[in-house]
Design a binder for this molecule. Structure first.
Ligand SMILES: [Zn+2]
Length: 291
């Protein structure tokens, strides 16, 4: 008896490059009129799944509602973004903790520190970041981390608690090669956004991505923000389908073929977010996924 060999790539009729967008802000009002179309278009073009990040208790609940309506295609995270900490309190942290048990909630976050703007106060940011890590420690849920211009304080809070989480991803980091290697040493994945497509802001990132092992890379759109500047007739509103473009540009700066890099990134995403891997396997039967 012979068994037919497993297909070597995406099934016939599937896009040749498939990605998972780990950060699509689909609860945003920019998608109020055509959210279903935006999601369906991205999926048809090869964005096999999208993670909708929570930024506060209310947006976490919105993200969970979206994920519940499209299981296996949309997933949520539960957290308080550093930009939203001024309105949040310890009660919100406790409420988020209970949401982390939901099968659609694949990570705690976005949480972290962002010192780019003068507000919210850095002390408030640090307190809420620490409280979220302590509240989610030992629950087996990975981290979705945001760090911008705050590397030293971020490490001081994260490092002592890192071993109490299975893993996670850090994105938006802007603190250069030393910060990058510190995050890689912590065993974290690195999320690459459309910044890499920006010939001005993305310069340092372009140089750095060659030094990130392929096994640690994830990609994201951050839609509706961060529209890749090099897209022809770049629309003001970014969409999750742009994750495919981010992957192509990333591969180009690494001297790799997108078709070769894409399966590695799918594997990384599913390793980083085990609940997402289970959801895709359960609900998208027939989808080609790399072994
Ligand atoms: Zn972020």
């Amino acid at each position: 008896m012979s068994t037919s060999p497993a297909p070597a790539g995406p099934l016939p009729g599937r896009p040749d490059v498939q990605v998972i967008d780990i950060c699509a802000n689909l609860a945003h009002s920019a998608f109020a009129d055509d959210r279903a179309d935006v999601i369906a278009t991205a999926h048809a073009q090869g964005v096999v799944a999208m993670v909708v990040p929570g930024a506060c208790l209310a947006s976490t609940r919105q993200a969970m509602a979206l994920a519940a309506a499209q299981p296996g295609r949309l997933f949520a995270t539960a957290g308080i973004h550093p930009h939203a900490v001024a309105e949040a309190g310890q009660n919100d942290v406790a409420a988020l903790g209970s949401l982390l048990h939901d099968p659609q909630v694949v990570a705690v976050g976005e949480c972290g520190l962002d010192y780019h703007w003068p507000e919210p106060p850095t002390a408030t940011q640090r307190a809420l970041f620490a409280a979220q890590l302590e509240g989610a420690a030992d629950l087996g849920v990975p981290l979705f981390l945001h760090e911008r211009e705050a590397h030293a304080d971020f490490m001081a809070i994260l490092k002592p608690l890192r071993h109490r989480f299975p893993g996670g991803v850090v994105h938006c980091f802007s603190s250069g090669p030393a910060a990058l290697s510190a995050y890689l040493d912590l065993g974290l994945y690195v999320g690459i956004t459309g910044w890499i497509c920006d010939e001005r802001r993305g310069q340092e990132l372009r140089a750095l991505v060659r030094h990130i092992p392929a096994s640690r890379l994830l990609v994201e759109s951050d839609a509706p923000y961060l529209t890749p500047r090099d897209l022809p007739r770049a629309p003001r509103r970014n969409v999750p389908a742009a994750t495919l473009h981010v992957l192509r540009v990333l591969a180009g700066h690494r001297g790799e073929q997108p078709e070769a890099l894409a399966p590695q990134l799918l594997r990384n995403t599913m390793a980083c977010f085990p609940k997402l891997a289970r959801g895709i396997t359960e609900h998208q039967a027939g989808l080609w996924l790399p072994p």
